[in-house]
Ligand binder design. Structure first.
Ligand SMILES: Nc1ncnc2c1ncn2[C@@H]1O[C@H](COP(=O)(O)OP(=O)(O)OP(=O)(O)O)[C@@H](O)[C@H]1O
Ligand code: SF4
Ligand SMILES: [Mg+2]
Length: 359
């Protein structure tokens, strides 16, 4: 058994080009200090991200899911160095196959790396400046990176708008003239302006209606195919990531508790928290009734998590050991990792079988 989802790759390592991940996160921690009193003394820490490890292969989509406050956005922001992580490595592969640790690069030297990694935000209303035209919004990253000629910029903006299914004639319009789905397309066009290899989508479709969500997800999948993009797709809802992700990492209180190929997560979950999240996924078959597992109690406070397994106060399978000993993330089956003392002994309920009434 392996205790680190990266270790399958760390032997032939990030230095060899073949089979090397585009992104590898090792031992990532982000602990925010809690300051109190007149002297602002540090009285504790919010362990928002606490020893997170994963890799993403070129062209792959890894989904990061979990309830609100589990550390998804903080993980994404550390990768993009919007935050300076407390500890850990963020290894990003360069075109010549070397891996550079973005967590250790001085801020001033980050610019050339930033253009390889772009973000799509949750709220297309808030993330687009209402006073800028599409030409300026989508063209801004080009300008910042030295494309001073307006005509050349507009040509590229037109190309990007076509790519995301918008008409180039819209270029001189302002964001308020567009629907939610169209605004998210604008956000995607802007993110793609500099030809990134990694796109981090943080709740990119969560604010949209279900039908529009499907259109944006389809667009993202098409663009991935066409441009060879690699995605880190952050969402709180497992049903949203089902079709877009190759693998899923489930987070709970700053830690990954399960990581596996999407099909396995949905059919044979190995962590009771994943089982509970899956029980909330709607089933398309009306003859099959779901048995939703109600998660009692609140998500643990990341500034004072409980001893042992952080999930034990809400876990219906908890035993004495769970209250004392923290479970490490181990490979329970090939490529399937879980942090649960009882992972190999429990038979948990997935969704794939339930959809057909077999489970
Ligand atoms: N700058 C900060 N200072 C202190 N605590 C923070 C800061 N940013 C985030 N946190 C805390 O870190 C934890 C993780 O927050 P984060 O935003 O990463 O969660 P999330 O999984 O993205 O949640 P959501 O689904 O609501 O977006 C939360 O407890 C949050 O309150
Ligand atoms: S280690 Fe124990 S408490 Fe934690 S998820 Fe597994 S069974 Fe539940
Ligand atoms: Mg978030």
């Amino acid at each position: 058994m392996t205790s680190n989802p990266n270790s399958v790759h760390s032997n032939n390592s990030v230095n060899s080009v073949e089979n090397a991940p585009l992104l590898e996160v090792r031992g990532l921690k982000m602990h925010f200090p809690i300051r109190r009193g007149f002297l602002q003394r540090t009285v504790g820490h919010v362990r928002a991200v606490d020893d997170v490890n994963f890799f993403i292969q070129p062209g792959e989509t890894l989904a990061l899911v979990g309830e609100s406050g589990c550390g998804k956005t903080t993980t994404a922001r550390c990768i993009l160095r919007a935050l300076d992580p407390t500890a850990g490595e963020v290894l990003f592969r360069t075109d010549d196959g070397r891996a550079v640790n973005l967590a250790a690069i001085p801020r001033k030297q980050l610019r050339p790396w930033r253009q390889h990694m772009q973000m799509i935000f949750q709220d297309p209303y808030a993330s687009l400046n209402p006073r800028m035209t599409l030409a300026d919004i989508v063209g801004e990253p080009l300008l910042v990176n030295g494309m001073r000629d307006r005509q050349a910029r507009n040509d590229r903006v037109a190309e990007l708008l076509r790519l995301v299914g918008l008409r180039p004639e819209y270029m001189q319009r302002y964001p308020h003239a567009f629907s939610g789905g169209q605004r998210q397309r604008i956000g995607v066009a802007r993110a793609l302006a500099l030809n990134p290899s990694l796109v981090v989508a943080d709740e990119a479709v969560s604010a949209l209606d279900v039908s529009v969500q499907a259109q944006i997800l389809n667009l993202l999948m098409e663009l991935q195919e066409r441009l060879g993009l690699t995605y880190l797709f952050v969402a709180h809802d497992l049903s949203v990531v089902k079709h877009i992700s190759d693998r899923i990492a489930v987070m709970y209180v700053g830690k990954i508790v399960e990581l596996a190929p999407t099909r396995r997560v949905f059919s044979v979950p190995k962590h009771p928290y994943t089982e509970a999240l899956l029980s909330a996924v709607p089933i398309p078959n009306p003859r099959v009734h779901s048995q939703r597992i109600l998660l009692e109690g609140d998500v643990a406070d990341p500034s004072k998590p409980p001893p042992g397994c952080y999930f034990h106060p809400r876990c219906r399978y908890a035993v004495e050991r769970c209250r004392i000993e923290p479970p490490p993330l181990v490979e329970v089956e090939s490529g399937h990792y879980a942090a649960c003392h009882r992972a190999t002994e429990l038979t948990l309920r997935g969704v794939m079988g339930r959809e057909t009434g077999q489970n």
